[in-house]
Design a binder for this molecule. Sequence first.
Ligand SMILES: *Cc1c(COP(=O)(O)O)cnc(C)c1O
Length: 388
Amino acid sequence: MVFYNNRIYLSPPHMSGTELELITEAFKSNWVAPLGPHVDAFERELASYVGVKGAAALSSGTAAIHLALRLLDVGPGDVVFCSTLTFIASANPILYQGAKPVFIDSEPTSWNMSPAALERAFIDAQKTGTMPKGVVIVDIYGQSADMAPLLSICNRYGVPVIEDAAESLGATYQGKPSGTLGGIGVYSFNGNKIITTAGGGMLVSNNPEALEKVRFWSTQSRDPARHYQHSEVGYNYRLSNVLAAIGRGQLRVLEERVKARRAIFERYAEAFSNTDGFDFMPEAPFGTSTRWLTTLTVSPERCGLTAAQLLDVLSVQHIEARPVWKPLHLQPLFNGYNYYPHDLNNSVSDSLFERGLCLPSGSSLTEGEQNRVIECIKTALRFPYRGR
Ligand SMILES: *Cc1c(COP(=O)(O)O)cnc(C)c1O
């Protein structure tokens, strides 16, 4: 029995070195907080990287989704459609606004929102007079949703789209940067994302007035007056200058990070190419995934072990792996909200959750560490009944 003290994490932060210089610059000029030149530069640099007119740096991706909903004027009693296979942060802000989420299933080719399910949700909404104020389309695990058919459905019904690209910065859809296809795009720089500011987010848009509004709300909606005057509810949602400095350093190495994560995926795929019952998340033909996390489904009837059993085995060996997102329509918090499966007898997200597994995928993962993960899984598959 070998003991490893060096734990392998799922997706830890990966600094490049230049972040510290940029932070030092912020300290030297005493632009520590609240806003400052690094925030402005980070916004400009990210907007230019993804090719949009502007960006607003915020304290989190969740804050960005919240303000995106306000831009769509989502309020109490309104309906918002949202991908079901995602992190809870995609939908929590719907509740902040007192609105009602309706969850939309995934399709099998990208694991993202199913156009068929979305269409059925719209048909019902039209019949019952409960049209949504917006649709939150999520791009999970580094891969864009199939935006063309999804946008064409939303456009047909005249409903705007928020693209939650928190997990897909650096990916493309039909050659365009993920996060720039819906009217409003959202990125996250949380510690586990492909680049991080320790914590932070960004809202991107081609509409300068929308960005002005977001900056206004995110700094407590202060009216233009010498005294403190407020006519609208606001939030403390801006990113600090120090964290923006980290973001600028990270953005410079984003392309390298994408390459590294894709290489990690390739090594896993190669190592398990002959493993019956392991099916990696497909890369849909319409774009390039960052492979933010290498994810797969595990079929116990073919490989002898369930995803949950593999999680246990990895955990004992100090390797952090995770199940695929528990779909939001299965969350106790969202009990009683409507859900539209991919087709009437088939909920794709349910089976992805049941069988899905996310493997350590950080861009700093060494080949040696990755071999440890691979060997651990291969050993478990060779002796599926030992110790169970
Ligand atoms: C991380 C994440 C968010 C939230 O971003 P935070 O910066 O952590 O608030 C939203 N949506 C998805 C899909 C995410 O993975």
